[in-house]
Ligand binder design. Structure first.
Ligand code: NAD
Length: 423
C-alpha cells in the first residue's frame, strides 16, 4: 500500500474529466472527503489485558444521498487507504445509480488473532466510537475484507441499543434473521458474473473455451467462481493469503469452497495429481483468458503488468490495478472491467437491504437477483457504449458515466456560471 494511493485514485477522475465539460464546482466538491474521523478502540482482551486498536471512518460525498461503504478489518488499514476506498464508493454508487454517496471504514487489526468474544467487543466498540458519524439516513456501513454478516448483526444491535430502538437500516450485510436481504451474501460475485456475461460477446469470450484465474477465495471470489463454473467457464486457479492452486484441466470451485471451510486454507487441501500449488504472484501471470483479482489493492503494478497474459481483467477487488499498470495493460490490448462496475453488485443489494429495512417489506431471492441483473446489465452496456463513443478504455468510460450523474446532482444547486451572472 503506497502513501499516495489517494492521489492515485483521484488521477482516474482527472482522466475522465478530460472527456467532459464539467464545472469547476464539481472538481472542488470532489477534491477531499466531506469528513474523516479516527478513533482508538480500547477493549479488554480475554487474558485480562487492555488493548487499543486504530479505527477510521471516512464519508467522501453525500450529494446523491447518505454515504455508504464497508468496514475492513486488516492490519494494514490506514487513513489514506480508507479515503481512497470511500472515494471509489462515491463513484461506484453513481455507476449503478443508487441514491447514495460513498464512505468507508476500517480497523487496524488481524481478526484471526482475536477470539470470537474479543471480535464481538471490538465490533461493538467501533459502533460506540462512530455512533454520531453513522445512521440510517446519514452513513450506512457494510462488510468488507474479514468482516461478515455476524459482525454486521452485532453492529446493528449495538447501534439499536445506543439509540434505544430497532434500527436495522443503519448497516447492511446482516444475517437474514436480523433484517438482512436474501441474495446479499453472493451479490458481489454474482454482480461481477452478470457484468462479464453481458459483455462476453463484446469481450470475445465464449464460456466453453474461456479459462479463468481468481486471486483471493473469499466472499467476492467464491460466488463468482461458482457461477462461472456453472455457466461452463473453466476455473483453472484460485488462491488465498497463504498461496494458490492451479490446474489447466480446471478446478471445481464448489468442492474447493467445502474443502476451504474444512482445511482453513487452500494450501492445506490434499490435492490430486493434476492440481499443483503455485504462488499468488504466479497466479496473476498465468496464461488465462480472464484474471479476477478478488483480494487486495495494488496487486498489479508496473512491476508485473508486463507479465500479465490475461485478455480480460475483472476487478472484483477494489483497486487491484494501479494507474501505471493500467497504461501498460491497455497498451497490450487487455480490457480491464473496472472495480466501480465489476464489484458494484454488493452495494446494489446492500441498497435493496436498506430499502427492505426502511419499508419492512422483504423480497424473495428471485426478486433480488432479477433486480440486480437488470441494474448490472443496463449499466455495463451503457458504459460499453461510452467506451465506444469516446474511444477510451472501460475504466475511463465508467468514471465518465459516474461523473455525469455526480455533476448533474452537484450542478443542480447552481454553478459558477449561474451565481456570477450580473443582470
Ligand atoms: P474476504 O475477506 O471474504 O476474502 C478475502 C480473500 O482474499 C480471502 O480468501 C483471503 O485469504 C484473500 N487474501 C487476503 N490477502 C491476500 C493476499 N495477500 N494474496 C492473496 N489473497 C489474499 O473479502 P471479500 O469480501 O471477498 O473482499 C475481497 C475484495 O472484494 C476486497 O478488495 C473488497 O474490498 C472487495 N469487495 C467486496 C465486497 C463484498 O461485498 N464482500 C463488495 C465490493 C468489493
Amino acid at each position: 500500500m503506497t502513501d499516495n494511493i489517494f492521489n492515485e485514485a483521484r488521477k482516474r477522475l482527472h482522466k475522465a474529466m478530460k472527456y467532459m465539460n464539467i464545472s469547476t464546482d464539481v472538481e472542488e466538491q470532489l477534491k477531499y472527503p466531506k469528513m474523516s474521523i479516527a478513533a482508538s478502540l480500547e477493549i479488554r482482551m480475554d487474558d485480562g489485558n487492555r488493548r487499543a486498536f486504530k479505527a477510521f471512518r471516512v464519508r467522501y460525498d453525500d450529494t446523491r444521498g447518505p454515504t455508504k461503504g464497508g468496514i475492513r478489518y486488516h492490519p494494514d488499514v490506514n487513513l489514506n487507504e480508507v479515503m481512497s476506498l470511500a472515494f471509489w464508493m462515491t463513484f461506484k454508487t453513481a455507476v449503478v445509480n443508487l441514491p447514495f454517496g460513498g464512505a468507508k471504514g476500517g480497523i487496524c487489526v488481524n481478526p484471526k488473532e482475536l477470539s470470537p468474544a474479543e471480535l464481538e467487543r471490538l465490533s461493538r466498540a467501533y459502533i460506540q466510537a462512530f455512533r454520531d458519524f453513522i445512521g440510517p439516513n446519514k452513513d450506512i456501513p457494510a462488510p468488507d475484507i474479514y468482516t461478515n454478516p455476524m459482525i454486521m448483526g452485532w453492529m446493528a444491535n449495538e447501534y439499536s441499543k445506543i439509540m434505544g430502538m430497532y434500527c436495522p437500516a443503519v448497516i447492511t450485510g446482516k444475517p437474514i434473521a436480523l433484517g438482512g436481504s436474501k441474495g446479499r451474501h453472493d451479490a458481489t460475485g454474482r454482480g461481477g458474473f452478470y457484468v462479464l456475461n453481458i459483455l462476453s460477446e463484446r469481450l470475445n469470450l465464449h464460456p466453453e473455451t474461456t479459462t479463468v484465474a481468481l486471486q483471493g477465495f473469499g466472499n467476492a471470489a467464491t460466488h463468482c467462481a461458482k457461477l462461472l463454473h456453472e455457466k461452463g467457464y473453466r476455473v483453472v486457479a484460485i488462491s488465498d493469503s497463504k498461496g494458490a492452486i492451479y490446474s489447466p484441466d480446471g478446478i471445481d470451485p464448489v468442492s474447493m469452497i467445502r474443502y476451504k471451510q474444512e482445511y482453513k486454507s487452500i494450501t492445506n487441501i490434499p490435492l490430486s495429481d493434476n492440481i499443483q500449488t503455485i504462488t499468488n504472484t504466479q497466479l496473476l501471470e498465468l496464461p488465462v483468458d480472464v484474471l479476477i483479482p478478488a483480494a487486495l489493492e495494488n496487486v498489479i503494478t508496473e512491476e508485473n503488468a508486463h507479465n500479465i497474459q490475461a485478455k480480460v481483467i475483472l476487478e472484483l477487488a477494489n483497486g487491484p490495478v494501479n494507474n501505471a499498470a493500467d497504461e501498460i495493460l491497455i497498451e497490450k490490448g487487455c480490457i480491464i472491467v473496472p472495480d466501480i462496475l465489476a464489484n458494484a453488485g454488493g452495494v446494489t443489494v446492500s441498497y435493496f437491504e436498506w430499502v427492505q429495512n426502511q419499508t419492512c417489506y422483504y423480497w424473495s431471492s428471485s426478486e433480488v437477483y432479477d433486480k440486480l441483473k437488470t441494474i448490472m446489465d443496463t449499466e455495463a452496456l451503457k458504459i460499453w457504449g461510452i467506451k465506444t463513443d469516446h474511444d477510451c478504455d472501460l475504466r475511463t468510460a465508467a468514471y465518465i458515466h459516474a461523473l455525469s450523474r455526480l455533476s448533474e446532482a452537484i450542478e443542480a444547486s447552481g454553478t459558477h456560471a449561474y451565481f456570477s451572472k450580473k443582470d
